[in-house]
Design a protein around this ligand. Sequence first.
Ligand code: SAH
Length: 342
Amino acid sequence: MPVLPGATREEILQVVRTLGQPDYRAQQIAEWVYHKGARTYDQMTNLPLSLRRSLSDLLLLQRLDVVRAQRSADGTVKYLFALADGERVEAVFLPYDDRTAVCISTQVGCAAGCRFCATAQMGFSRNLTAGEMVDEVLSIQQLSGQRVSHVVYMGMGEPLWNLPDVVKSVLLLNREVGISQRHITVSTVGVVPGIYELAQHRLQITLAISLHAPNDDLRARIMPVGRKWKVQELIDAARYYTETTGRKVTFEYLLLRGVNDAPEHAHALAKLVKGLVCNVNLIPFNQVETPDGFTRPESSRVARFRKVLQEAGIAVTQRVEKGHDISAACGQLKLETARARA
Ligand code: SAH
């Protein structure tokens, strides 16, 4: 049975026709779910009562529940949501001066096992459906009372290991919720076949690739996926992506003190990405407890790293960090809540 949110306009239309209703009912239903935040059919007061009753047999309306919300002094709010089966995921509301962004999860847990990541410590449970991903945005829009302009797929999970539903959610956010594809960023740990597959969809979204190291040895040490896909294969996939979609890619580079933050690393990184239509986004490690005891580099070291890249002619940005006081790093809130319960 199709589920709302998650069903496309065509899927809603089919249900409406099955029930012998005029086509415009599909528009009304979509409006209630994707714009007015309806949580039950009974709230859809412009639909006849009999239709409201029969809809629930053919089109499941199922919304996320908020378990916890943590507000930061800077306006960031981190939400822990419960899914229908009791699983939990996080999503973050990020208000900036010029835009309002939401960071969403794509899976419950993650199988990538990155050594610096809090989500990795939970293991993998399951993929989120397209509807659950869209609901993260809808729910935050409702809870915050603000229109969301940008969506980043940078929460828990690996989007390219859940590719069909991620693509479906992008299209729903675009067509139904009205978010421009150019305001959507999908971040990947570097799943090479997934990058080629995503390119075929020719979406106008931004692809961000978590590179985090300029050579195979170092990358494999902090990211187990580095043993499967070589840095050069990743660069080739990124080039293919930019050539196929006409979009710039972003390389994310997480800075860990004494691990990958030396000027030599910056030089090697510059050489690697030179000539690609890209920019590099530097992310100083957001302190979480990890088995390796990683720490964050001093800001002077971050500045030095950045300068090397700039001098090599690479476009560099640095992540505007938010929510330091509310455990806004990926997976942190869920991990804390789970530990407190245990
Ligand atoms: N699986 C995808 C998307 C989720 S993670 C990916 O790997 O890209 C989003 C980004 O946050 C990634 O670049 C990831 O490496 C980074 N990240 C994870 N833990 C972090 C931490 N403790 N501090 C800073 N960034 C972190």
